[in-house]
Unconditional design. Sequence first.
Length: 554
Amino acid sequence: MRLPHTIPSHAFEAFRCSEETQLLPAELGRTLRAEDETWDEAGYTTTDGRQQRRGQQPEDLKSLALRAIARDWRNRPLLEELPTEVDRDHLLEILPLDVPFELAIKAVPYEHYWKRAAEARWRFNDPSGHGDSWLRLYCERHLSEWLERLDPAASVRQHDVDDESATPVEHQPPARLSSHCEALLELLREHVRTLRLRQLVPLREVPIRTSAPRDGEDEEEYKSPLKEPEVHHLPMDLLLEKLPNVGEVHVNIGMILLSDGVEWQDFTFSVEDSRRIGRGLRGLERLSKFSLTRSCLDRPRAAAILQGLAVSPSIEEIDFSHCKLGDAGAHAIGAFLSRRARTGRLKVLRLLNNGIGPSGVAGLVRGLLVPSDDDGDSAGAELKRTLARLELRLNPIGDEGAKHLAALLLRYPSLEYLNASGCGMAAEGGMGMAEVLASGTASDNFTSGLELDFSNNEFGTIVGEAFEIVAKSCRAIRELDVRMCGFRKESEYSIADSVARNRASLKKESSRLCPEDRRTTSIGIQSSRGEERVRSLLPPREFEAFQRPQRHVN
């Protein structure tokens, strides 16, 4: 018996007999089992204990007609023309999965078909990362796999040269994507919200010799390459302009599917690639997350990308982890933060393992605290403290950088999470952090709680005792990771107990407040008349009449 996919499987399990019930004498001889969906396929036991098998039940005429439609669906794609929704659901269950993607994406908007297609193509599928939509999951993964294997030389069309005075074609930038690329992107533009690229195939070119042959140099030596050309990739600006609904972009420029001809240059990208990425991000009005990790991203490349992100109105998360920014790149990010100090919405900034030192941390802190003077129309606007998470793990900031982070904790109340794990801080930097956190300013600023990760720093036992006082005095700390910091076990246990009490206290206080109060951290609420009143069990005056009992007189 066919089980429609519209009925959840647990609905049948709820009415299924248990194993103990099936062993009862009355159940052994029962032939009609309404809860058994395999009644027309499996055998049954007779009253005398003999096993018999039912014959195969013939399909009805409607099922045979739907199977005929499914076999010829490539030539005649009938789906919405079916008379009932039950017939449509049945056809979606038997529709072949080898239908061309160009046809299926236009004619089949139903989730069940794309769930079948995704499970048949990939082993692991998680629609929760794709808006709980199987159609979106299939489209995004299909596009990602196609772009990861795409040869950039075959993905673009060059300008045509009509006159001899024009620039040669080989020196002109690509004008537009190829017709095949544009056709695929046009099909997917309404369904792709997240673009994840694990690799990009580089454009392989022959190394060039830029200098003229010297005296005494033969032709063979002259032909040998002296300078390796820059490695270019797929033009991201031409790609992203075809996907206006993209809200998240995650790119890893490198190679994970290696072949025999792999070179170290395949893991790099040019400044022109960065400019194209920045121009592509500039046109995404819904962009909220951008990630470019594990690459040769340095200051020139980061600055080119940040120029596009600087005009993005909705960017909330930036991830440049495991790159090569250094202090110069950190200063470029600081300038970006300073420029968006009054108009930005950035909440998360991840700069893990970028070789950022004390100077780079100073640039970041200055960008968060000091607005830029060339903000244009927003020069007189109020500063927006929006950054909630700052991750600087595995950067050699040292004790000097710890001082800048301490200044940030004093003056930036919106911060909720700071990760400075493995940053080379010693006793001096740890003591400075402890002094700032033990002051009353930290408790007053971080009313919603503060999570800190200072693990893997050589603070020492004295700093551990100072952090014991911090955990007890600063009630705003709800997480404090100080593992591998040279603390005594007693200090670690005391810190853990104090942080647990702080966390319970914060949770208890937040449970007392309504959602409006949590946003304003105030006990008063706003009435419809604009007057602030205190929460009470008594009804408001305008609703007192509804609380009185109504007596009906005959």
